[in-house]
Design a protein around this ligand. Structure first.
Ligand SMILES: C[S@@+](CC[C@H](N)C(=O)[O-])C[C@H]1O[C@@H](n2cnc3c(N)ncnc32)[C@H](O)[C@@H]1O
Length: 388
């Protein structure tokens, strides 16, 4: 399925004809904070980062037609007093917005490593169109989740519609062979009581699960006899009878009064429960930057989909939430934003990490022709460091 609209470029046109840009600044670290339009910067980074980025998280403008501002005491999404400073303007609509996102995603895919993935944060109004565009670019087979993010407490809208308390995060991988660290959530006391109802003679809480699974294997080991028992009709043993014997010897099989064996699972041996696709990471009540995301959300994503030493990229980085989370989890990172306010707040937060965590948060700040004040062209150094 494809989305058809006026003046939609081909992928080849986007990859071949998007202008690159010069980057200015002092390269002193692997982490990069880059100020400027991400389209040309992504194109520029193809020279040195093609296939190198393990994880991208982006939280672009949502086509809201709003001006986002920062005042002395608060940030604002709609209203604007004369003293407020504009953080960013979100005014692209319809297919202009979709093409804006699509161009960037097509180039970004080139930078994504073969074990890489991308998470795109979006709202329910435009998100379904963006989903089609992502299917086109990354392939529907690489679509992994549409995560529901609960963003606020229930609201009393006067609108004739249900209250909106969620947005969504579209998660795609580049290939099937993606980094996946299977994040777990700790069991609550309620979970433990509900899931592990039994207690053994030493007081350890446990539950039991069947030793067989659906489907018959005709001649394989898992259709064989275990203590004289065949698996029930239409099912097979979860492992070969020899392994079941080992489990039994280790005391990990419970026999019912009717002689049915079940595997014992202890609560204290499970590292938590699998994370599902509805997440509650509410926005901050007093953000430093409009639409700033909850850093805990980013930490889960980074832990699940990258490894220590991976490069994590956010090319709509705003106040640097992704960058801070990546830094604290020992990942390398690249952040891009074209807003002066976003860069100012990102720098402020990044510079604070050193004091809080006693770790070295080293990064290079780079700019483009549009914004880098000193305009010392370090193109040569940049090439030495990144294009060698
Ligand atoms: C929703 S905010 C991101 C907020 C961020 N996730 C945070 O936690 O602070 C979107 C950001 O995209 C930036 N942006 C919009 N268009 C851009 C472009 N063409 N190039 C670079 N940044 C852009 C805006 O300046 C804004 O900071």
């Amino acid at each position: 399925m494809v989305l058809t609209y006026f003046e939609k470029k081909t992928s080849k046109e986007i990859l071949d004809n998007t202008p690159s840009c010069n980057l200015y600044g002092e390269i002193s670290a692997n982490n990069l904070l880059i100020e400027g339009d991400n389209l040309n910067i992504l194109q520029k980074l193809r020279d040195s980062y093609t296939n190198k980025i393990d994880l991208m998280y982006i939280d672009p403008p949502f086509s809201t037609n709003n001006i986002f501002t920062i005042g002395d005491t608060r940030v604002s999404t709609i209203s604007m007093s004369n003293e407020d400073t504009v953080a960013y303007i979100d005014n692209l609509q319809g297919y202009n917005y979709i093409e804006f996102i699509r161009e960037r995603l097509i180039i970004a895919k080139e930078l994504l490593s073969d074990v890489g993935s991308i998470y795109l944060h979006i709202d329910y109004k435009i998100g379904h169109y963006v989903k089609i565009i992502m299917d086109e670019i990354f392939g529907i087979d690489n679509f992994r989740n549409d995560i529901t993010r609960v963003k606020c407490n229930p609201k009393n809208f006067s609108r004739k519609a249900y209250g909106n308390i969620k947005d969504m995060i579209l998660f795609y991988s580049k290939t099937k062979n993606v980094i996946w660290n299977d994040p777990k959530l700790p069991f609550s006391e309620y979970d433990k009581e509900k899931l592990f109802k039994k207690t053994d003679k030493y007081g350890r809480a446990y539950t039991t699960i069947p030793l067989h699974a659906p489907g018959e294997t005709k001649n394989g080991a898992t259709s064989g006899l275990f203590k004289g028992l065949k698996p029930p009709k239409g099912r097979h043993w979860r492992c070969a009878p020899e392994e079941l014997e080992e489990l039994d010897k280790a005391g990990l099989i419970e026999w019912s009064s009717k002689g049915n064996p079940r595997k014992i699972i202890y609560a204290d041996e499970k590292d938590g429960k699998k994370m599902q696709d509805i997440w509650e990471f509410k926005d901050y009540q007093y953000p430093e930057y409009p639409t700033e995301k909850n850093i805990r959300l980013l930490k889960y994503i980074i832990l699940a989909s990258s490894n220590e030493g991976s490069i994590v990229m956010d090319f709509f980085c705003g106040s640097g939430t992704t960058l801070i989370a990546a830094q604290e989890l020992n990942r390398n990172w690249i952040g891009i934003d074209k807003s002066k306010q976003a860069i100012r707040i990102s720098k402020k937060k990044l510079n604070k990490i050193e004091k809080d965590f006693f770790s070295n948060c080293e990064y290079s700040y780079l700019g483009t022709d549009d914004n880098y004040e000193s305009k010392t062209n370090i193109e040569k150094d940049y090439k030495v460091r990144h294009f060698a």
